[in-house]
Design a protein around this ligand. Structure first.
Ligand SMILES: NC(=O)c1ccc[n+]([C@@H]2O[C@H](COP(=O)([O-])OP(=O)(O)OC[C@H]3O[C@@H](n4cnc5c(N)ncnc54)[C@H](O)[C@@H]3O)[C@@H](O)[C@H]2O)c1
Length: 334
């Protein structure tokens, strides 16, 4: 499969590196409005999970352009991978879909659910396949948890708690009009996973506050379900400068507890029958698994089902309800 990446910042670089692990996937084109990056110079791109070692792309094998439309119109590009700041997803993803390409688009799908719906609607009538890059659904240990919940392997879930907190990121993330603040940009990973595990909540009750971005930068939500007594998630960019990044979850079944902490060598542990054991879900993060799944779907001509455009729209709608609840202090029905 021949891939073109638009946006060569932190996520564009992460995706480029992940494609190197996928048999039959080849990045043939890149586009970035910054001429330095379009020429393959990736120095200065950081990240929460992967700090990045790659600084230069092999441009003898890759076409570089500063105009994303050039990349979208290249006849040898089959998959367009959109990794630009959030407010630009709607224009780029719909243009690539209209050009008949298969399209993967970074999360959050758009800055608002209305814009996300425009992409989901374009995807419904497109010739190519579409997938929003909700990477937690593909994170090896989280995929294990999803399977265990779906099979009721340890009984029903009684409680699920998620925590994803960090220091304030730099650049456009600090402008809430573009990023949506931590509530949309960061916390959506957990909101989306809650939706993946339990479906749409009946209501949300959130607390939090705005800081640097002008949007909600620290949020804690209780997701209300009839059949799961306690589901909560906290997301933040308000931790002290230098804190770094924490990603944790704990799913408490009737008969066992699954506990994930990215900081551990073996991030997932299961406590059951008086013992706590690490669960080995294999090496790697969710990015390569996510991209491999999409490339395989395109190769086989099978529409992606693990996550759809409509799922991504719903996750943004839940976050919008959480923000409304934070601002009003009231529970918001969905
Ligand atoms: N899945 C995840 O875990 C994860 C993590 C971080 C970021 N993201 C998402 O990925 C997206 C990109 O974030 P990032 O951190 O890589 O941003 P970034 O600022 O590091 O990189 C964005 C790049 O896009 C380029 N760009 C901007 N507009 C462009 C345009 N119109 N045409 C061509 N290039 C353009 C910029 O020059 C820059 O190089 C965001 O939506 C973000 O929320 C996802």
């Amino acid at each position: 499969m021949r891939i073109g990446i638009i946006g060569l910042g932190m996520m564009g670089r992460t995706h480029y590196e992940a494609y190197q692990e996928i048999d039959g996937a080849q990045v043939v084109a890149v586009a970035d409005q910054d001429p330095k990056r379009a020429s393959g110079d990736l120095s200065g791109t950081g990240g929460n999970v992967l700090q990045g070692g790659l600084t230069h792309l092999p441009m003898d094998r890759i076409k570089g352009t500063t105009n994303f439309l050039d990349l979208i119109n290249m006849s040898d590009v089959e998959i367009v991978d959109v990794c630009v700041p959030t407010t630009q997803h709607v224009e780029l993803a719909t243009a690539a879909l209209k050009a008949g390409k298969h399209v993967l688009c970074e999360k959050p799908l758009a800055r608002t659910s209305a814009d996300a719906e425009k992409i989901a609607s374009a995807a419904r009538s497109a010739k190519g396949f579409f997938m929003p890059a909700m990477c937690m659904r593909f994170w090896p240990q989280w995929a294990w948890i999803k399977q265990a919940v779906a099979e009721k392997r340890y009984g029903a879930v009684r409680a699920a708690t998620f925590r994803r907190v960090a220091s304030m990121p730099a650049g456009w993330y600090r402008d809430g009009k573009i990023s949506g603040g931590a509530a949309l940009d960061l916390h959506i990973h957990d909101t989306d996973f809650v939706q993946y595990l339990f479906g749409m909540p009946k209501a949300v009750s959130s607390r939090g506050y705005a800081k640097t971005s002008g949007e909600i930068d620290h949020i804690a939500t209780q997701f209300i379900y009839d059949d799961v007594p306690l589901v909560t998630a906290e997301g933040s960019w308000c931790l002290g400068d230098g804190y770094g990044f924490t990603m944790q979850c704990n799913v408490n079944f009737e008969n066992a507890t699954a506990d994930f902490d990215l900081a551990r060598e073996q991030p997932l542990r299961l406590s059951e029958n008086g013992r706590t054991e690490p669960i080995d879900c294999g090496p790697g993060f969710g990015y390569a698994a996510e991209l491999r799944y999409f490339v395989d779907c395109v190769k086989k001509g099978q529409k992606p089902t693990v996550v759809t455009g409509d799922d991504a729209v719903r996750s943004i709608k839940i976050v919008e309800a959480e923000v409304q609840s934070t601002r009003s202090g009231q529970m918001v029905r969905i």
